[in-house]
Structures are given as C-alpha cells and as structure tokens.
Ligand binder design. Structure first.
Ligand SMILES: Cc1cc2nc3c(=O)[nH]c(=O)nc-3n(C[C@H](O)[C@H](O)[C@H](O)COP(=O)(O)OP(=O)(O)OC[C@H]3O[C@@H](n4cnc5c(N)ncnc54)[C@H](O)[C@@H]3O)c2cc1C
Ligand SMILES: *[C@@H]1O[C@H](CO)[C@@H](O)[C@H](O)[C@H]1NC(C)=O
Ligand SMILES: *[C@@H]1O[C@H](CO)[C@@H](O)[C@H](O)[C@H]1NC(C)=O
Length: 494
C-alpha cells in the first residue's frame, strides 16, 4: 500500500476530522509478513528480554511486538511500512531515558536496535563508527585498545540515545558536548530512504540531529571523533557520607568556575543522593583526569581533603572499567523520574538548591526503595565554542559568558504504585525551583533533553530561531510529519 499523498492530506486536515485509529496489531502483522523471525510477541523469549531493557519500570509499556532488525535496510523497510500505514511506533536503543512513551508504546511496534553492535575504530582518521545498539562500556572497550576515547556518557549500560540530546561526558571540558563530536549520522528517513548526514552532506539534517533527538528519523550509525589519551590517566570513584555534605557545594561550585574552565583534563560529576533506607545523604562521585600525573592535580586534591569513606582514584589506562564502576547500583526495574533545569553557576544558590532538595527528599523517606539524586554539571563557554567550531547544534546555548549548571533531579521508588504522587510532588518542586531561579536572575532557559521529563518543553527551550530551523528540517526530510505524528518523545512544538 502506498499512501504518502493521502497521509499528507490527512495530516493537514487532522485537526478538523480525526482519522480512525490505525489497527496496531495489523502493523506488526504487516512487518511479520516480511520478517517472520524478527518480530516477537508477548510470551516470546525476545519480547520478554526486550521488555527488560528499560531503566525505569514506568517506561515498560505493552507494545504489540518488538522488531529486532540486524541491518539498516530492515529498519528502512519497517519505517517506510509504518509511515505508509500510519502505524504509531517507537524506537529504543539503551532504554535509559525515563520519559514515558518515548521508547515504547501501548499497542504498537517497537523497533529495538539491540542488534546494531558495530564499533569499528579507525585509528588513522580518529573515528569510531558506533551502532545504536551498543552500551557505552562496549564502545569504551573498543577504543581503550587504542588508548583513544570518544565523547560518550559516563555510565557503562547507558545507550546511544544520549547522542541525540546533548551528552555529558569525560571529555566535555576540552571537547564539548557529545552531540558536537558526532561527525556523521546514518539516518533512515520516514520514507525509508537512508542518508549519511555530515557537515558536507545533508548538513541541515546533521545539525538538527545535534539536539533534535528522535524527530527526523532512525539513526542506524554514529561516526564519532576519538581522542588520544596517555598510557596512564587517573580515574575512580570517591564515596562520601554526611560528613562531606557541608563542603560539597563549595567543591562543586569551584569545579564549575575554576577546574572545568582552567584545567580541562579534569572531569568530575558532582552529585549526592538521599537514601530513604538509611535516611542519610551519600555521594558516589566519578573523577577522571586525562593526563599522566605523578600525583593528584590541584583540581582534584580538594575533593580528597574533605572526609571521604572510600576512594578508588588510581592510575589506569582502561576507561571501560571506570564506566562500570560509575554504573554500579543503577539497576533497571525501579520507577524513575528525572527532571532538569539550567542555572548560572552561583555559590550561594548551589547551597540553597541542595538544602531545598534535601528537605524535599526527607519528606518521602517512608516510600519503599526511595532515593533522590541531585547533580550539578557544568557547561562552560569553551564547551559551547567547541560546538560552534564543530558545525553548531540547535541547543541555543550560544552567548553564555560564564558557566551554567545543568541541575539534575531524580526520584526513585521501588513500587510503581508510589510513582504518581511522588512524581507529581517532584514536578512541583522543580517548577518552584525554576521560579526561584528566575526571580534570582540565575535561570538559563535551556532544558537538557537527556535528563528531561516527558512533559518538560525541551525543544521550546532551544529558542524560536532553532525551533523554526527544526521545523524547516522536519518539513524537508519528513514531509508528512511521520516522526511528529507517529513517534512519541520530545516533539517539535507547533
Ligand atoms: C544511570 C544513568 C546514567 C546516565 N548518564 C549520563 C551521562 O553520563 N551523560 C548524559 O549526558 N546522560 C546520561 N544519562 C541520560 C541519558 O543521556 C539518556 O537517558 C539517554 O536517552 C539514554 O539513551 P538510551 O539509548 O539508553 O535511551 P532510550 O530510552 O533507548 O532512548 C532515548 C530516546 O531516544 C530515542 N532514540 C534512541 N536511539 C535512537 C535512534 N538510533 N534513532 C532515533 N531515535 C532514537 C528513543 O526513541 C527515545 O525517545 C544517564 C541516564 C541514566 C539512567
Ligand atoms: C601513575 O603512573 C605513573 C607512571 O608509571 C607514575 O609516574 C605516577 O606516579 C603514578 N601516579 C599515581 C597517582 O600513582
Ligand atoms: C524520501 O524523502 C527524501 C526527503 O524528503 C526525498 O529526498 C526522497 O526523494 C524521498 N524518496 C522517495 C523514494 O520518495
């Protein structure tokens, strides 16, 4: 069935006359006719396994089938079929986004990119070609062998969907955001055409994908820059308890405005959590220093001069184990909600934010499996410059003259029944904090896709110029708006 014209007309009149709901079962059946071995249904081993590939239990929905393609041409056939038949569908890579309905759906097919395991290192041109089914530890392992590293995420099991939003990583301070270090995207467009978008070919699509997420197609390969690092670098995790908390925001602020700016080999992920079971704050802080050093550099030293519980900072030449160490404790299966706003780095406000989230967290300690996590992560003017140098993105961060801080707020509950009330309260907390930041003159409009909740207006936050650009790119590469109508997640505002 070829219906693109009818689909376009239907889209145009959608507001006036709703289409009859598409028969979702039929969409899986249509696909099964072509790929009988790659479509799985409830009860099938593959279906059960794919259902477990979601970090938050709230993201485990009831799709009719999982489609597990092996090559790009199979993705292309599926996407074309879904577009032509008006099938609502989803795309999933590592399953770590906590946004409900982004990487799964009720009653439709999910394209699970699990089998896209390519990780080809080109040490001469300094590129690693990564299939979207990889978890980051797999990519680290592949590049560790060459003493090279790509700008990925920091946690072993997180997936490549990170590369569509922004991306905070070990190399942010010298090289900028993860999206800015993608040199080419292989993309399946809505009509099944496959293109490789780069600065030279389809540059508008390439730029739109650097923050525009899943709005333009299915990415089936990322070509990423890789960078040399010395045989010995420092890396590890420092565990802190309550004793360190009085110092923690000073250290965090100093990292934002000093080390992140002046000693770019440093990477720290400042974060603390409140554990409902112990009613204590604690921190498992990842550190990395991408230089050979006889001792701890001044950028890291202050972090071990405060009381710590456990410290694994060591000489190492392998980054994959660090990604595992960081990931320890972040298991799939709890109900998770992440929210984020951005503020200018400010010492007093940093302390106030931590105090307020601590107060919030203590009120929910009684919930089974309760955990509240808070991170403050810098984006420096230099990082933004790097992005511009690499061809630009759509995030709208240009023009910051001092570091901004991505504020991360996470809440976790063991039982999904506790989620609605807790999540609503956390939403109110973050919105109130946003108002407070605005009143203080410290709010930056940016909302980072990677850590945003389903109802945060991510793409709006990029600003009107970028929104208009994304609309143009969408009309050009997806004229019937298939990825706007049929796929969930963060959409381009009307
Ligand atoms: C424990 C943990 C640690 C994290 N650490 C970091 C970190 O260090 N730095 C950071 O920046 N972020 C981090 N994140 C956030 C992370 O960037 C997002 O959760 C990201 O979406 C993960 O990608 P995924 O492939 O696992 O997710 P998925 O849930 O599979 O995908 C996320 C979204 O992208 C879409 N998508 C994925 N792949 C494709 C594709 N190939 N084509 C089209 N659409 C696609 C999906 O449809 C979905 O809407 C972390 C999250 C967790 C839970
Ligand atoms: C790391 O190894 C190098 C080279 O072997 C050595 O000079 C340095 O002292 C070591 N650093 C630490 C912190 O152990
Ligand atoms: C598919 O869409 C792209 C982008 O709109 C277009 O350039 C191409 O010609 C289309 N291909 C077919 C076969 O319709």
């Amino acid at each position: 069935m070829r219906l693109p014209l009818i689909v376009a007309v239907a889209a145009a009149i959608a507001h006036a006359r709703p289409r009859p709901p598409p028969s979702q079962t039929n969409c899986c059946a249509l696909l099964e006719d072509i790929y009988p071995d790659k479509v799985s249904y409830p009860g099938d081993a593959t279906y059960v396994q794919e259902t477990q590939n979601y970090w938050s239990s709230t993201c485990v929905l009831s799709p009719t089938c999982f489609f597990t393609p092996d090559v790009t041409a199979e993705v292309a056939t599926a996407v074309k079929l879904f577009t032509e038949n008006n099938c609502k569908f989803s795309v999933r890579a590592g399953g770590h986004h906590s946004s409900v309905g982004a990487a799964s759906n009720e009653g439709g097919p999910v394209i699970a990119l699990t089998n896209f395991k390519q990780k080809d290192v080109d040490p001469v041109n300094n590129i690693v070609s990564v299939g979207p089914g990889n978890r980051f530890h797999e990519v680290y392992t592949a590049t560790d062998a060459y003493n090279k590293v790509a700008v990925l995420g920091r946690y072993a099991q997180v997936g490549t969907g990170l590369l569509l939003g922004a991306g905070l990583s070990y190399l942010n301070n010298p090289e900028g955001l993860s999206v800015d270090n993608v040199v080419a995207h292989e993309v399946v467009l809505a009509n099944g055409t496959v293109v490789v978008a780069s600065r030279d070919n389809y540059p508008d699509l390439h730029k739109a994908l650097k923050g525009g997420g899943d709005n333009f197609g299915v990415v089936t390969r990322y070509d990423l820059k890789i960078f040399d690092y010395p045989e010995n670098v420092l890396g590890g995790l420092v565990t802190y308890g309550e004793e360190a908390m009085p110092f923690y925001d000073d250290l965090t602020y100093n990292y934002h405005v000093d080390a992140a700016v002046n000693d770019k080999s440093t990477h720290i992920l400042p974060q603390w959590g409140y554990n409902g079971a112990t009613r204590q704050r604690e921190s498992f802080t990842p550190f990395i220093y991408l230089k050979d050093q006889p001792q701890l550099p001044p950028s890291l030293q202050p972090w071990v001069d405060v009381p710590w519980v456990h410290n694994t900072i060591r000489n190492t030449s392998a980054l994959a184990p660090l990604s595992f160490e960081n990931h320890d404790g972040y298991v799939n299966g709890d109900a998770q909600q992440q929210r984020t706003i951005t503020v200018y780095a400010d010492r007093a406000f940093f302390k106030e934010i931590s105090r307020l989230y601590y107060e919030f967290a203590q009120r929910w300690a009684h919930i089974d499996g309760f955990y509240a996590l808070h991170c403050k992560m810098p984006i420096t003017p230099f990082m933004v410059e790097k992005g511009i140098e690499n061809g630009g993105n759509v995030l709208g961060l240009e023009g910051i003259r001092r570091p901004v801080s991505i504020l991360y707020f996470g809440v976790q509950a063991a039982n999904i029944e506790d989620a609605p009330e807790l999540f609503k309260a956390q939403e109110r907390f973050v919105e109130n904090l946003r108002d407070l930041a605005r009143r203080r003159g410290l709010l930056h409009k940016y909302i980072m896709w990677n850590y945003a909740a389903y109802n945060q207006k991510v793409i709006d936050s990029y600003g009107p110029g970028n929104v208009a650009f994304l609309k143009r790119v969408s009309r050009k590469y997806d004229p019937t708006g298939a990825f706007q109508r049929l796929v969930g997640g963060q959409k381009i505002p009307n």
